[in-house]
Design a protein around this ligand. Structure first.
Ligand SMILES: *Cc1c(COP(=O)(O)O)cnc(C)c1O
Length: 403
C-alpha cells in the first residue's frame, strides 16, 4: 500500500509525478500544500512569498475570505445546471460584469483559451453577418509575440515555435504584424478584416508595454476601417495594472473584451467575452455553448470578484504599490538587472544573462523563499497578489539583490 500523500516529502512527490504526468511543464522544485494571502507553504512547512500569483489568476491572493465565503455558500446550495435551464446567479454576474467593464453583454466561458476561441468565432460571424465579408474569407489581425492560449486555432497564430511545433495543420485566417506598430496594422487591415486581436500589454512576451498612443491608435484605426477591436485582458485585466482594465490607461473601450484568470478568484476557472450588444447579438441559440460556462459556482465566485473590484481598492493598491515596485527595480538596474518594464503590480525584469538563465534565477529566488517564473531568456515576471503589503513587496525586492 502506498503511504498517504501527506506523509511524503517534496522529493517523493516530484518523483511520483514523473511517470504519470504529461511533461508539458517544468515546474520549479517546490511542492505547495497550502496557501493564504500572499504566502504559500510547501509540504515540509517552508513558506514562500508568491510573486507570480498564478499568472494573475490570484490577483486577490490565495483564498481571499470574501471569495471563499461566496464559494462555500454556493457549494451548499447549487453548483451546476447546464445552460439548458436558467439559474438564479447568472443575471447578476453578467449585469455587474458588463457594468464594471463599460460594455453591454457577457458570454460566460471557463478558461482563457475558450474566451479567445469564442471571441474569434463571434468576430468571424460578425464579419459575415454584419460587415458582409464573403463566406470563409474573414481575417483577424494579431501581433507577433502574442500569447492567447494553447488550442489548435490559437497556436495557429502564435510566433513561438515551441508552442506550435508538431501541432499543424493550422487554422487559416490570421495575419501577424509587429506589436506596437500602427503603420503595420494599417497595412494589414483590409475589407476582409473581422477584428484586430491584441493584448494591451504582452504578458508572456515579458510584460511588453506599447508606446503611449498605441491602444488609442488601434481604437481609432479599427473604428475608421470598420473592424472590431478585441482586447485580450485575461492577464492584464481586473486590477493588475492599477486600473480595472489596462485599456483604461488610454481611455479606450474595445468592442470586445476577453477576461479570465482572476475572474475565477483563484478558485474556479471563469472566463468571459464581454462585448457591445450589436456584436454579441450575432450568437443565436445553438451557435455556441459550454456545459460549464456560467455555472452557478462560477457565477457566484465571479460576482464576488466583481464586488471586490467595484470598491476600487485593489486597483488603487496596484497603482500605489506599483510605484514602490518601480522604485525598487530602478535601484537594481546595473546591479544584476539590465532593464525592466512595469505597470501597476506587474513587471518584466531582464536580468543580466551573466547572472543566470531565467530558470536558474527562479531556483535561486526559490531558495530565498520567493516564487517567481521566468518568461523567456533571462527575463522574469513579477506579478504578486494585489493584496501584497509594502513590507512584503520590500522583502521580494530585497531578494532580487542576491542575484
Ligand atoms: C493565460 C492567458 C490566456 C489563456 O488562458 P488559459 O486559462 O490558460 O486558457 C489567454 N490570453 C492571455 C493574455 C493569457 O495571459
Amino acid at each position: 500500500m502506498t503511504a498517504p500523500a501527506r506523509t511524503r516529502t517534496s522529493a517523493d512527490l516530484i518523483r511520483a509525478e514523473e511517470p504519470v504526468l504529461a511533461h508539458n511543464y517544468h515546474p520549479l522544485p517546490v511542492v505547495v500544500a497550502r496557501a493564504e494571502g500572499t504566502w504559500v507553504e510547501d509540504v515540509e512547512g517552508r513558506r514562500y512569498l508568491d510573486m507570480l500569483a498564478g499568472y494573475s489568476a490570484l490577483n486577490f491572493g490565495h483564498r481571499h475570505p470574501a471569495l471563499i465565503e461566496a464559494a462555500h455558500q454556493q457549494l451548499d446550495r447549487l453548483t451546476l445546471t447546464s445552460r439548458a435551464f436558467h439559474h438564479d446567479r447568472l443575471a447578476e454576474f453578467a449585469q455587474r460584469l458588463a457594468a464594471l467593464t463599460g460594455l453591454d453583454m457577457v458570454l460566460p466561458m471557463n478558461t482563457g483559451a475558450e474566451a479567445v476561441e469564442s471571441g474569434i468565432k463571434v468576430a468571424r460571424k460578425w464579419a459575415y453577418e454584419v460587415k458582409g465579408v464573403p463566406a470563409d474569407r474573414a481575417t483577424i489581425v494579431v501581433a507577433a509575440e502574442n500569447f492567447h492560449g494553447r488550442t489548435t486555432t490559437i497556436v495557429s497564430f502564435s510566433t513561438d515555435e515551441t508552442a506550435r511545433a508538431g501541432f499543424g495543420p493550422f487554422t487559416p485566417g490570421f495575419r501577424i504584424v509587429p506589436y506596437n506598430d500602427l503603420a503595420a496594422l494599417e497595412a494589414a487591415v483590409d475589407e476582409t478584416t473581422a477584428a484586430v486581436l491584441i493584448e494591451p500589454i504582452q504578458g508572456e512576451a515579458g510584460v511588453v508595454i506599447p508606446d503611449d498612443g498605441y491602444l488609442a491608435g488601434v481604437r481609432e484605426l479599427t473604428r475608421r476601417r470598420g473592424c472590431l477591436f478585441i482586447a485580450d485582458e485575461i492577464q492584464s485585466g481586473l486590477g493588475r495594472t492599477g486600473r480595472t482594465l489596462a485599456v483604461e490607461h488610454e481611455g479606450v473601450v474595445p468592442d470586445m473584451l476577453l477576461l479570465g484568470k482572476a475572474l475565477g478568484g483563484g478558485i474556479v476557472p471563469v472566463s468571459a467575452v464581454v462585448a457591445r450588444r450589436d456584436v454579441l447579438a450575432v450568437l443565436g441559440p445553438g451557435s455556441h455553448g459550454s456545459t460549464f460556462g456560467g455555472n452557478p459556482l462560477a457565477a457566484a465566485v465571479g460576482t464576488a470578484v466583481v464586488s471586490l473590484l467595484e470598491t476600487g481598492e485593489f486597483q488603487a493598491r496596484a497603482a500605489t504599490l506599483g510605484g514602490v515596485l518601480r522604485d525598487g527595480l530602478t535601484g537594481l538596474v546595473g546591479r544584476g538587472v539590465v532593464a525592466f518594464r512595469a505597470r501597476g503590480l506587474w513587471a518584466g525584469v531582464d536580468v543580466d544573462p551573466a547572472v543566470g538563465t531565467g530558470r536558474e534565477i527562479g531556483e535561486r529566488l526559490l531558495a530565498e523563499g520567493v516564487l517567481v517564473k521566468d518568461t523567456h531568456g533571462s527575463t522574469i515576471r513579477l506579478a504578486p497578489p494585489l493584496t501584497i503589503t509594502e513590507d512584503e513587496l520590500g522583502t521580494a525586492l530585497e531578494s532580487l539583490r542576491v542575484l
